[in-house]
Design a protein around this ligand. Structure first.
Ligand SMILES: [Mn+2]
Length: 444
């Protein structure tokens, strides 16, 4: 009878500053700055109410290696509460909070086990009867940058029949958007003989494998528009036969999300604003009271394209929506902060409403431009088919490649982003060129 349950979490990033949010109301800013702590507080409550046997935290507890005193005090409070309920915690440090960070003011209490810079193991017991149920192993980052494949240091103890859990802060199979620290492959992890790889580092929740379990729980609180959707932790149940079941619990207090709006049937600025307001209200009713930060993604073709593309008008429209939301949450208003839907930004992927095929056939600069763009967008994987389209694109990018900062940006673009960028550039060129020389009847 060796069933047990634990919480797997990672990337708490306590005290994330949420810098760079402009135009934001003070109360909302405080709510944001509190959100990493609030999510962690809910995690502690979940551990208590679900009576887990232990918690594993796979790195990046703090957002900054020079962690704030506030973050450390709040963490200590959480440890104390867990200690009071007899819940042990197993911790590794990641690239954001390596062992080398100098400002650790508190010694961790006895019920919190921190693994060092070589793989170490501990035996976890079931709380109700003290029966050993799992071997928990982990390795911390000594410094903020670990480029060695540390997963190779994990070897199952062949003499033990206990469930084996490995804590590792790593980028498995070189996932995009995160530094390639502690690089390793899924097959490295599979070979180790461990039953459950409790990963951290990649903030997107994902189960890479079920035999063995290889799991990124994601972070517990989204930190920017790059981290959309529900965020939380996994509650893991292991039964007597070591069969493992995962249940995801949402913990985030502020959710980042994107919503798409087509401008196809929008005939005026006022209509556009009404549709935006309607959308924000429906997001509010779906939010379950959770503060939501939303990016409004405009698509489709229509007369409002030019307005949205002009930075000035679209900025004013956004600011107007923000002003209305700020009024809802201003100190004098009765509404509660909990149901804020904050319109943070616009993403404009719209086009002019024109007959593209007619324009494309024109014997003009614009016609030529459209044909080129079309060829690049539709080119097949056989790049040889369209060498000159590629050459022209690369030519156009050459001056960016000479620029120290822009070069990095261009080189990091994936194929999909390149195509999106080209699509936007094409639409921008079309609206500029069409506005320049109105074509009778072709442009509405
Ligand atoms: Mn992280």
């Amino acid at each position: 009878m060796t069933s047990f349950r634990f919480i797997h979490t990672a990337d708490l990033h306590l005290d994330t500053p949420f810098a760079g949010m402009s135009g934001i109301n003070d109360r909302l800013r405080r709510h944001l700055q509190e959100s990493t702590f609030a999510a962690f507080g809910d995690l502690v409550d979940l551990a208590v109410s679900e009576e887990v046997d232990f918690i594993v935290i796979s790195g990046d507890i703090y957002d900054a290696s020079e962690s704030s005193l506030r973050a450390q005090l709040r963490l200590k409070e959480a440890w104390d509460k867990l200690g009071l309920h007899g819940i042990p915690v197993y911790v590794i440090h990641g690239n954001h909070d390596p062992l080398s960070s100098s400002r650790q003011r508190f010694v961790y209490p006895d019920h919190v086990t921190v693994f060092g810079s070589r793989v170490e193991s501990a035996t976890a017991v079931r709380r109700k009867d003290g029966l050993p149920v799992a071997v928990v192993s982990g390795i911390s980052y000594p410094t903020s940058s670990v480029t060695e494949n540390t997963s190779l240091q994990f070897h199952r103890d062949p003499s033990s029949s206990l469930y084996h859990i490995a804590l590792l802060h790593a980028n498995v199979d070189g996932q995009e958007g995160h530094d390639v620290y502690s690089p390793c492959s899924l097959s490295d992890l599979k070979k180790s003989g461990y039953d459950y790889w409790a990963l951290g580092h990649i903030h997107k929740r994902q189960i890479l494998c079920e035999a063995p379990w290889v799991v990124y729980p994601g972070n517990i609180q989204g930190r920017s528009m790059k981290e959309t959707g529900p965020k939380g932790c996994y509650l893991v149940d292991v039964n007597d036969n070591k069969e493992t079941t995962l249940h995801f619990y949402e913990l985030d207090h502020v959710r980042w999300t994107e919503t798409e709006l087509s401008i196809e049937h929008m005939t005026s600025e006022n209509k556009c604003k009404e549709m935006l307001e309607d959308r924000l209200e429906s997001l509010r009713s779906e939010s379950g009271g959770r503060t939501t930060i939303v990016r409004l993604n405009f698509t489709g073709r229509g007369p409002l394209h030019s307005m949205l593309q002009s930075g000035r008008d679209s900025n004013e429209l956004l600011q107007e929506l923000q002003r209305q939301e700020t009024e809802r949450i201003s100190p004098g208003s009765a509404s509660i902060l909990d149901s804020v839907i904050w319109p943070a930004s616009f993403k404009v992927n719209t086009g002019l409403d024109y007959d593209r095929s007619l324009l494309q056939e024109e014997n003009s600069f614009l016609g030529e431009l459209l044909r080129l763009s079309e060829r690049y967008q539709n080119r097949s994987d056989d790049l040889n088919l369209d060498l000159d389209a590629n050459a022209i694109i690369n030519d156009a990018l050459a001056s960016l490649m000479d620029h120290r900062v822009l070069r990095g940006y261009v080189q990091d673009l994936g194929e999909k982003e390149r195509r999106e960028l080209l699509q936007q550039a094409t639409e921008m060129a079309i609206s500029l060129l069409v506005d320049e020389e109105p074509r009778g009847g072709e442009v509405s």
